[in-house]
Design a protein around this ligand. Structure first.
Ligand code: KG4
Ligand code: ZN
Length: 357
């Protein structure tokens, strides 16, 4: 089964062609990502209107390139998948509408994929990870611990009460005058800094639930920075190192609680799976390895280019759904908000719609 996937929910215009074999293994035939980072950098964050326009300008070309690199024509494609949310609605509309047009013209089934589900299922594309597994999803917009029990079967174990982890990295970078996106910049600075110089809080530490809170940490960092302003290069490096270490400690503690909840409710997970841009952080990855080992499981962390937003994960999620016979009508709506644990319900609604027809 070969699926074309389109991703436009944030600031990456991406398309990919992925094959799924009958035994459940996957293969990426092409994976083209055009980052809009330079277009948003001057604003210190993603500007939705600029993002949507950039998607319109680039998407046709990116799709054509993905098809060409896969050496694939539309005859061989079994379905067209697009991220239908959650995300910046202008961009989502661009990607989903393009997918609908291709599906209509080429007479192929459409699969409306939840962007978070695509992150959640990437481990099956890269490592063929069997269900159930515990997902730690941390990106610029999301911070969640999820029990992934099957395609379309997700139970949220923990979430953030305020900022996402990637957002906290981005805000820290902005505060310290580093560029956007902040995660990689903070990580780079942290490598030369002293993580013990500033005593930053570890919010939610020791709680039984598996929720996160990052805004207190961000505020504490700002207060420390204000105390010693103007900042030298050393100060910036030390602040970054202290911040990153606090995040590592917070994630360790919250995920430990999450794994306990997982075990109690669903038994032993087959893996701890990391996804989202924050999983690119080497200090966080190292800690996740240790945590998985301590809990008698393994860490599955997709390669960096599959951790951040890409088309292959959308194509793959589309292929997994298509393999189950799940497709969507051409009038499926784009969604700015679409929590992962609402997917099963949406599937139910879809089946009801089909029955009604
Ligand atoms: O998954 P992603 O590409 O996009 C979405 O938000 O969906 O994640 C981007 C986020 C940004 O907030 C970025 O700062 C963060 O991931 N990030 C990192 C690193 N690389 C990217 N955070 C910490 N360390 C990194 N090395
Ligand atoms: Zn993402």
């Amino acid at each position: 089964m070969i699926v074309l996937g389109i991703e436009t929910t944030c600031d990456e215009t991406a398309a990919a062609v992925v094959e799924r074999f009958a035994d459940g293994r996957g293969k990426i035939l092409s994976n083209v990502v055009l980052s809009q980072v330079s277009e948003h950098a001057a604003f210190g964050g993603v500007v939705p209107e600029i993002a949507a326009r950039a998607h319109v300008e680039a998407l046709d070309f990116i799709v054509a390139r993905a098809m060409k690199e896969a050496a694939c024509d539309y005859e061989r494609i079994d379905g067209i998948a697009a991220a239908a949310g959650p995300g910046l609605i202008g961009g989502v509309i661009v990607g989903l509408t393009t997918a609908k047009a291709i599906a209509l013209v080429r007479n192929k089934p459409l699969v409306a994929v939840n962007h978070l589900e695509a992150h959640a299922l990437t481990a099956r594309l890269t490592d063929n990870t069997p269900f159930p597994y515990c997902l730690f999803l941390a990106s610029g917009g999301h911070t969640q611990i999820v029990a992934v029990r099957g395609v379309g079967d997700y139970a949220r174990i923990g979430t953030t009460h305020d900022d996402a982890i990637g957002e906290a990295f981005d805000k820290t970078a902005k505060l310290l005058g580093l560029g956007y996106p902040g995660g990689p910049q903070v990580e780079r600075e942290a490598a030369n800094g002293d993580a013990n110089r500033f005593a930053l809080p570890r919010p939610m530490h020791g709680r039984k639930d598996a929720d996160f809170s990052l805004s207190g940490l961000k505020t504490a960092l700002r207060l420390e920075a204000e105390k010693i302003a103007p900042l030298s290069d050393r100060d910036v490096a030390d602040l970054c190192a202290s911040f990153q270490q606090a995040v590592v400690d917070v994630v360790f503690d919250r995920l430990r609680a999450g794994l306990r909840i997982f075990r109690a409710k669903y038994g032993a997970p087959n893996a701890l799976v990391a996804a989202g841009g924050v999983a690119a952080n080497q200090a966080i990855r190292k800690m996740l390895h240790r945590l998985a080992f301590e809990h008698g499981t393994v860490l599955v962390a997709p390669p960096l280019e599959l951790c951040t937003d890409n088309g292959a994960m959308i194509a793959w999620a589309g292929a997994e759904r298509l393999a189950l016979g799940w497709t969507d009508a051409l009038d499926v709506a784009p969604r700015a908000r679409w929590p992962l644990d609402e997917i099963a319900a949406a599937q139910g609604a879809l089946q009801r719609t089909a029955a009604y027809k």
